[in-house]
Design a protein around this ligand. Structure first.
Ligand SMILES: Nc1ncnc2c1ncn2[C@@H]1O[C@H](COP(=O)(O)OP(=O)(O)OP(=O)(O)O)[C@@H](O)[C@H]1O
Ligand SMILES: [Mg+2]
Length: 146
């Protein structure tokens, strides 16, 4: 599936709509170069789950946990990861472990760093910038093997 976004607001809306289709133990990987819109996309997901005012960057903590006030589509807990500082799958297993993946909705920035250990049906979201239009993005969504 591919979406075209022409503004930050459209990206947030696309993310919001995709969030509404997610399940309990889904894993989502957000990819895109600097300034592509990963953080905006996360904001759209967070807005669907009504935690948009609580989220902060997991850059230093690697993972932030959010417990929802009410269960939404079977989802109680969201784990937001930034795997940038973790070089590979072995380091991830050593320092973070694999338990998160079966215990809530996991959203990973820089998840491609640990592609070997991502769950099989991981949803890959790739945000591509456009050379000619600074407000345009192509958002590719793909479930399963990348
Ligand atoms: N269609 C669009 N979708 C998303 N963001 C857009 C769009 N058009 C312009 N922007 C701008 O691009 C920037 C995206 O920033 P954002 O922080 O979400 O990127 P990022 O991928 O998280 O970058 P980083 O890797 O540096 O954290 C924002 O300044 C936003 O206003
Ligand atoms: Mg960001």
């Amino acid at each position: 599936m591919e979406y075209i976004s022409n503004s930050e607001q459209q990206t947030i809306k696309i993310a919001y709509d995709i969030a509404g289709k997610l399940n309990n133990t889904d894993t989502v990987v957000l990819t895109g170069e600097l300034g592509a819109g990963k953080t905006k996309f996360m904001y759209g997901i967070a807005t669907f789950f009504n935690i948009q005012d609580k989220i902060s960057s997991p850059t230093f903590t690697i993972v932030n946990e959010y417990n929802l006030d009410e269960t939404i589509n079977g989802i109680n807990t969201i784990f937001h990861f930034d795997v940038y500082r973790i070089e590979n799958s072995i380091d991830f297993i050593d320092s973070i472990g694999l338990e998160y993946f079966s215990n809530g909705l996991c959203i990973l920035e820089w998840g491609e760093n640990i592609k070997e250990i991502l769950p099989k049906n991981t949803i890959f979201i790739n945000i591509l910038k456009d050379d000619t239009d600074e407000n345009k993005r192509i958002i590719q969504v793909q479930r399963g093997e990348k």
